[in-house]
Ligand binder design. Structure first.
Ligand code: COI
Length: 358
């Protein structure tokens, strides 16, 4: 990997952090990583105190949205070893998003090494509280100052780390959307790109006004097949053992936690299927008593219980008495993260004390 210039903060902000009360996304640790893409090459690898950026008003990302990101988490074991969960899968997804958005890829080995260095350096910011973690936010955006609609020639790659508590502190209520869509086949629904999240804000605001937390996105042709929740992928459990999550179809984010859930639940004896799932099938299963549990999975959300779905006024209520699969999954992931459950998949990447030049 290229040399990294390291500049340490003169005054850490860590002592002002209350680990038991961290609002999601509002507190960054002291340092961030930065690199620039110029003349076809990633250069200027640097770890430095978090600082404001200076952008030209004609910045292409601001105008046309050439911007992608990742979300991942670092945890700390009971013995004090920082751990990353499946960082190479996040690196691959980041580059898949970059390719779709006509941006340069970032070397995947460097991506993982940089995370190890930065998280190792910021390890005291990792909340040692179950359910909390250090959220890692890699982001890449266009840097050219030019208003022509074309791919930028220059880019910036940053990695922020943020101590976070749970994204959802209580079970969520979902509003199945039958007017607006998140993604269409052939679109950018599978990319973790800024515009997907911007497009979700208005329908989500409408759902919140109706008393719901999030939108349950359906397909754009028939408003029939379930896609995802936008902040997370979604799982349905029938008869306590049959687990279904919508199949990847170009419109759904390929969630890393989704993949982890499919593996862990399958290995625990659940019958897990990735397939098209109609909202009408869910309504029918609710009416005949076979829908037992619904939960979301995501890096930020981890495993979020769903307590209600509203589809065209039909209200589906889910009882916490049936949280078998979701509670099992949450306990497994938390156990992997704090090192109390053995990692038989090679998913956890421990971070040894980094040797850093000044
Ligand atoms: C994540 O789960 O990491 C996400 O990116 C979802 C959301 C917080 C934007």
């Amino acid at each position: 990997m290229k040399d990294i210039k390291i500049t340490r903060t003169k005054q850490s902000r860590l002592s002002s952090l209350d680990f038991n009360n961290i609002p999601f996304g509002k507190v960054t640790s002291d340092h961030m990583f930065s690199a620039e893409y110029v003349d076809g090459e990633w250069i200027n690898y640097e770890i430095k105190p978090v600082e404001n950026l200076s952008l030209h008003p004609a910045n292409l990302a601001l105008h046309y949205g050439q911007s992608i990101f990742e979300g991942m988490k670092a945890s700390i074991t009971k013995e004090g070893v920082p751990m990353l969960l499946r960082p190479e899968m996040h690196a691959r997804r980041f580059n898949a998003s970059a390719t779709r958005m006509c941006m340069p890829t970032f070397p995947e080995d460097d991506f993982v090494e940089i995370l190890k260095l930065l998280v190792g350096m910021e390890k005291d910011w990792i909340p040692p509280v179950t359910g909390s973690a250090m959220y890692i936010r890699p982001i890449m955006f266009a840097k050219d100052a030019a208003l022509g609609v074309k791919p930028s020639d220059t880019y910036q790659f940053l990695v922020l780390t943020l101590p976070v508590g749970p994204y959802y502190s209580r079970p969520v209520k979902l509003f199945a959307e039958t007017q607006y869509v998140r993604a269409v086949e052939g679109g950018v629904g599978e990319a973790k790109t800024a515009g997907n999240y911007a497009a979700s804000l208005y329908p989500t605001k409408k759902a919140i006004e109706k008393g719901y937390d999030q939108v349950l996105w359906l397909d754009s042709e028939e408003f029939k097949y379930i896609h995802e929740v936008g902040t997370m992928n979604i799982f349905f459990v029938f008869n306590e053992k049959d687990v279904v999550t919508p199949a990847i179809n170009g419109c759904i984010l390929k969630g890393v936690t989704r993949n982890t859930a499919i593996h862990l639940l399958g290995e625990a004896g659940y019958n897990v299927k990735e397939r098209d799932l109609s909202i009408l099938e869910v309504v029918e299963a609710y009416d005949n008593g076979t829908l037992t549990e619904v939960f979301g999975t995501g890096t930020a959300a981890l495993v979020a219980h769903v307590e209600e779905i509203n589809y065209k006024g039909k209200r589906i209520f889910l009882s916490e008495d049936n949280w078998g699969a979701s509670e099992y999954l949450k306990a497994q992931i938390n156990g992997l993260r704090d090192g109390t459950i053995e990692d038989t998949h090679g998913w956890m990447v421990p971070i040894k004390e980094p040797v850093l030049a000044e």
